[in-house]
Write a protein that binds this ligand. Structure first.
Ligand code: SAH
Length: 498
C-alpha cells in the first residue's frame, strides 16, 4: 500500500491565506511535516491524532538536512501514509519543493502540488505595495539575496536588475543587503530609487521600512529590522503612501487573549486575524455534562409539553440535540413548541439544525428574555429553560413571579480549564477579552491575582454582567460591548483607542 504526499504552500503567515485545497489536504492527513515559516494556526488544522514532525529550518539551526527531509517524505509515503509537507509561502519559490517532488517521482510515491501564496507577492501587498502597477513597471523579478555578490560568483545579472522601472523583489537578502545595494549602485541604479523592507509580512508582527537605495542600509541598522523579510526595490514602493492598509487597522499588531471555550473561539480568532491582531488562545472554561443529567433528559423526553423552550447559548442547543440523539429523535420532536434564543449566535445554532427561533430579544440578556416571554405567554404556560447548571436565577424567578410554570434544567456545565501557561500568555497580550462571567471565573481560578496582573492591560467584556463579575473581583474593565456579541465586542475594541 502506497500513501501520497501533498506538497502544500502554507502562504506567508496570515492563516487566512492558506488555499482551500491546502486546508482540505491538511484536514485529512496522517502525518504533517512542517517547518518554521508555517503558522501555528495552520498547523492546528491538522487532525488531533495526526503525527506532526517539525523539520524546522532556520538559518544556522538545521534540525533536519534537506536529504533527511526528502528521505523522510519518501519513507512515509511508502509506509502508506497520507502526508502533508507544509512549506511557508509557495512550495517552489526558494523552498526546495522541486527536489522533494523529484525524489517522490523517482521513488514512485504519488504526490500532489498545492501552490501557496508566496511572500514575494503577499508581503508587499500587505505593505500596500503592488508588485506591478501600470505607471511604474511591466515586469518584476523575484530573486534570492542568499548569494553575496561581493564575494565572487553570483548568477544574478545586476545590470538587468539595476532599473527602477523593473522592480526587484529579494528574499533572504537581509544578510547581504549592503552588497546587493552596492552592486545595484555600481550598475547605475539611481540612489533615490525607493526601497521597502517588509519584515514578517502579513502577520500582526509585520514591520515595514521604506527608504531609498542610498539610505536603506543605514536605516536597517538604525531600526534593527531583520529577517525574515522581503526587500522590494523600484518605483512601485511609492504606492504605499496611497494604498497602505494592513498596518493602519485599529487592532493591527495587538495581541488579544481569547478566554472563551476552544470550540467557540474560531470565529472570534478569524475576525481578529482579519483585523491584523493576533489572537492568543487561552480557553479558561470548557463545556461538559451537568453533574446530574436526569432532569435535562426527562425534559427532552417530553419537549412537546412545553409552550416554550429557552436556549441561552449555543451550548444549550448542542446539549439538547445530543440528548435528542440519544433517544433516536431529531428536530421533529419539538412539534409546535416555540423556541427562544437569547441572541443571534444561539439562533444560528438552532438554524443549523433546521429550526427557526420564534423569539430573539432586542438585547441579549436574561432580563430581556424574561420580558419578551412574559409578553408572549399566559399564566400557567409551561416554559423549559435548557441551560447551564450555574446559570443566574433572574430568568426563572421573573417567570415564576408571573405564574409561569418553569422547569429550569441543567443541560451542561462549564468547568474551569487548568492552564499553566495562562500567566505567560496574559503577559504577552495587550487586550484581555471576557465573553461570559464564567470566562472571568475560569481566569481567576488559574490566576487569583488577576486584578494585579491585568492592571496594565486593556480589559474588554462582552456585556454588563460579565463586566460586573470582573469588577467584583477587582479587575478594572475598560470596555463593554454595546451589543452583547463577539461582533459587538470587536466593534467596541475597534472604535476605542486601546
Ligand atoms: N517559499 C517561501 C520562501 C522561502 S525562503 C515563499 O514562497 O514565500 C525564506 C524567505 O522567504 C525568508 O528569508 C524571507 O525572505 C521570505 N519570507 C517568507 N515569509 C515571509 C514573510 N511573512 N515576510 C517577509 N518575508 C518572508
Amino acid at each position: 500500500m502506497t500513501g501520497k504526499v501533498w506538497l502544500v504552500g502554507a502562504g506567508p503567515g496570515d492563516p487566512g491565506l492558506l488555499t482551500l485545497k491546502g486546508a482540505r489536504a491538511l484536514a485529512r492527513c496522517d502525518t504533517l511535516v512542517y517547518d518554521y515559516l508555517a503558522s501555528p494556526a495552520i498547523v492546528s488544522l491538522a487532525p488531533p491524532d495526526c503525527e506532526k514532525i517539525y523539520v524546522g529550518k532556520k538559518a544556522g539551526a538545521h534540525t533536519f538536512s534537506q536529504d533527511e527531509i526528502t528521505a523522510l517524505l519518501v519513507r512515509l509515503g511508502r509506509e502508506g501514509k497520507r502526508v502533508v509537507r507544509l512549506k511557508g509561502g509557495d512550495v517552489f519559490v526558494f523552498a526546495r519543493g522541486g527536489e522533494e517532488a523529484e525524489a517522490l517521482a523517482a521513488a514512485g510515491v504519488p504526490f500532489e502540488i498545492v501552490p501557496g501564496i508566496t511572500s514575494a507577492i503577499a508581503a508587499p501587498a500587505y505593505a500596500g505595495i503592488p508588485v506591478t502597477h501600470r505607471e511604474h513597471n511591466t515586469a518584476f523579478t523575484v530573486a534570492t539575496g542568499h548569494e553575496d555578490p561581493t564575494k565572487g560568483y553570483t548568477s544574478l545579472d545586476f545590470g538587468k536588475l539595476a532599473n527602477r522601472k523593473a522592480t526587484t523583489i529579494f528574499l533572504m537578502a537581509m544578510g547581504n543587503l549592503a552588497g546587493i545595494v552596492a552592486e545595484l549602485r555600481a550598475h547605475g541604479l539611481d540612489g533615490d530609487t525607493p526601497v521597502a523592507i517588509v519584515h514578517e509580512g502579513t502577520k500582526p508582527s509585520q514591520r515595514v521600512l521604506t527608504a531609498t537605495l542610498d539610505t536603506i542600509v543605514d536605516e536597517v541598522a538604525r531600526t534593527e529590522i531583520g529577517a525574515p523579510a522581503i526587500v522590494v526595490i523600484g518605483d512601485v514602493v511609492r504606492e504605499r503612501e496611497h494604498i497602505r492598509w494592513f498596518d493602519t487597522q485599529p487592532l493591527f499588531g495587538k495581541r488579544v487573549l481569547v478566554t472563551r471555550p476552544a470550540h467557540q473561539a474560531d470565529d472570534f480568532s478569524q475576525r481578529l486575524w482579519e483585523m491584523g491582531a493576533e489572537p492568543i488562545l487561552a480557553p479558561t472554561i470548557a463545556i461538559g455534562p451537568p453533574d446530574d443529567p436526569t432532569a435535562a433528559r426527562e425534559a427532552i423526553a417530553r419537549v412537546r409539553d412545553y409552550a416554550w423552550i429557552v436556549f441561552t447559548s449555543r451550548n444549550g442547543v448542542d446539549a439538547c440535540f445530543d440528548a435528542l440523539g440519544e433517544r433516536g429523535r431529531d428536530a421533529r420532536a419539538f412539534g409546535d413548541t416555540k423556541l427562544a434564543a437569547i441572541g443571534p449566535k444561539t439562533a444560528e445554532a438552532l438554524a443549523a439544525r433546521g429550526l427557526r427561533a420564534d423569539l430573539i430579544p432586542p438585547t441579549y440578556v436574561n432580563e430581556a428574555v424574561a420580558t419578551e416571554l412574559l409578553a408572549r405567554t399566559a399564566p400557567g404556560d409551561r416554559v423549559l429553560l435548557y441551560r447551564a447548571q450555574q446559570a443566574r436565577d433572574v430568568l426563572p424567578d421573573t417567570l415564576r413571579e408571573h405564574d409561569r410554570t418553569v422547569d429550569d434544567v441543567a443541560a451542561y456545565r462549564t468547568r474551569f480549564v487548568d492552564d499553566s501557561d495562562l500567566a505567560e500568555k496574559t503577559a504577552r497580550a495587550d487586550i484581555i477579552t471576557f465573553t461570559s462571567s464564567s470566562t472571568v471565573r475560569g481566569f481567576l481560578h488559574n490566576l487569583p491575582n488577576a486584578a494585579e496582573l491585568l492592571r496594565e492591560k486593556t480589559v474588554a467584556a462582552i456585556g454588563p454582567i460579565t463586566a460586573q463579575t470582573a469588577r467584583d473581583a477587582g479587575i478594572r474593565v475598560d470596555l463593554v460591548a454595546e451589543e452583547f456579541t463577539v461582533d459587538g465586542l470587536l466593534d467596541a475594541l475597534t472604535t476605542t483607542t486601546v
